[in-house]
Ligand binder design. Structure first.
Ligand SMILES: NC(=O)c1ccc[n+]([C@@H]2O[C@H](COP(=O)([O-])OP(=O)(O)OC[C@H]3O[C@@H](n4cnc5c(N)ncnc54)[C@H](OP(=O)(O)O)[C@@H]3O)[C@@H](O)[C@H]2O)c1
Length: 365
């Protein structure tokens, strides 16, 4: 059995300082794990202070910071030595054009290969949990289609001229989706060949919920666009279709539950998406919810071009529809209510000073 408990030894988290990685660390520390939190740079307090604060004694676990880089072979050998599990959350991301599509693709595939080489060298790791994405699941499908873990982004691509190896150099979305598909498949096949550990993937969709650091202000991420709406700007992402929302705290919790689950076996995957229809909304519905939760703000609404979409199609596309049923039933994941998720996203963005909120009073003055 490759399920673990805190008694099996320390666990390591890659990308520990990031938005999702930080919540994975919290879920583990709450359960009493000794966590090796892997970061690229220990000198930046925005990336480490919120992690170090977890050692204050409130939680039973203990955190140790370790410096490592995914792109350097062997970089995680020391971090993984003696570990029972690795939660591999980190990846080269395209936020704010920090990496071009090719770097995102190569970073995911080569970085994960490096991680698995270090896992093999450690010899003690029983389970690897890989943070993939719903991008590895979503494929062209009719409106209203309900996606599940059986779906792969590579399905139904016969007529898709963008789904080609060449697009990895030019198309950020395709490069990201192809990277996640290739990495999931590569990881479970390396694990099957090795036989000493298994790899289970987590596929989150629109991740919202509390930000813990100013470093979580990721230009182009879903929560970044929500913040801009609270600053009075129009919805800049996902207004042609549905925002299908999962709470970042639930994503963190799901990683920890998978580490401890006897039901998980190599190659399994869990999509983390809306709990039910309450977590699926188009941009105008999102605007209404935010206006209700933040009544003192003039929340931004429809972007330019929205009227044309409505005129052409009648309404935004009824996609993607998907639910976290498998994670809730197999793992016992308890999810946050959507109001709490939306409110905590906005509250933390404002409290961290990441936007200038569009206060109605100031606008009227
Ligand atoms: N946010 C979403 O909506 C969403 C949805 C689906 C899937 N995901 C997946 O979730 C994971 C985390 O993403 P996020 O949104 O939380 O973004 P994030 O905050 O930018 O986290 C990415 C992490 O990757 C680490 N990283 C990047 N390049 C690295 C390198 N060369 N070596 C070591 N670490 C490196 C960063 O570490 P440092 O900070 O130490 O540099 C950072 O903590 C990613 O795999 C992403 O694909 C995110």
């Amino acid at each position: 059995m490759s399920a673990i408990t805190p008694a099996n030894g320390p666990v390591a988290v890659t990308g520990a300082s990031g938005y999702i990685g930080s919540h994975v660390v919290i879920a583990l520390i709450k359960r009493g794990y000794r966590v090796r939190a892997c970061v690229t740079d220990q000198s930046n307090p925005d990336k480490t202070a919120h992690l170090i604060a977890l050692n204050s004694g409130v939680y039973p676990g203990r955190l140790e910071l370790v410096t490592a880089n995914l792109l350097v072979e062997g970089s995680y050998d020391e971090a993984f030595a003696g570990c029972s599990a690795v939660l591999h959350v980190g990846s080269a991301m395209g936020y704010g054009n920090a990496n071009n599509p090719r770097q995102v693709y190569d970073g995911a595939v080569n970085g994960t290969r490096n991680i698995l080489n270090s896992v093999k060298k450690a010899g003690t790791v029983k389970r690897v949990i890989y943070t993939s994405s719903f991008s590895a699941i979503a494929h062209p499908a009719p409106p209203g289609y309900v996606f599940s873990e059986k779906d792969w982004a590579s399905d139904n691509r016969g007529n898709d001229r963008n789904w080609t190896p060449e697009s990895v150099d030019t198309n950020g979305e395709v490069a990201y989706a192809m990277a996640k598909v290739a990495t999931e498949r590569m990881a479970s096949s390396i694990a099957a060949e090795d036989g000493r550990f298994d790899v289970i993937s987590v596929c989150p969709l629109v991740v919202l919920g509390p930000l813990l650091s100013r470093a979580h202000d990721l230009a182009g991420a879903w929560h970044w666009f929500l913040g801009r709406m609270l600053a009075g700007k129009p919805c800049g992402r996902g207004w042609q279709h549905l925002w299908n929302i999962v709470d970042v705290r639930d994503v963190g919790e799901a990683h920890a539950l998978i580490a401890e689950s006897e039901r998980c076996t190599n190659g399994m995957r869990y999509q983390l998406t809306a709990t039910d229809r309450s977590g699926e909304m188009n941009a105008m519905e999102l605007h209404e919810q935010l206006a209700r939760l933040f009544p003192h703000l003039a929340v931004g609404g429809a972007p330019k071009g929205y009227d044309e979409i409505i005129a052409k199609h009648g309404k935004p596309f009824d996609a993607p529809r998907a639910y976290s049923d498998r994670a809730r039933h197999d793992l016992g994941l308890k999810t946050h209510a959507i109001d709490d998720t939306l409110f905590e996203t906005g509250r933390t963005i404002i409290e961290l000073g990441l936007i200038k909120p569009a206060y109605k009073q100031q606008l009227q003055a």
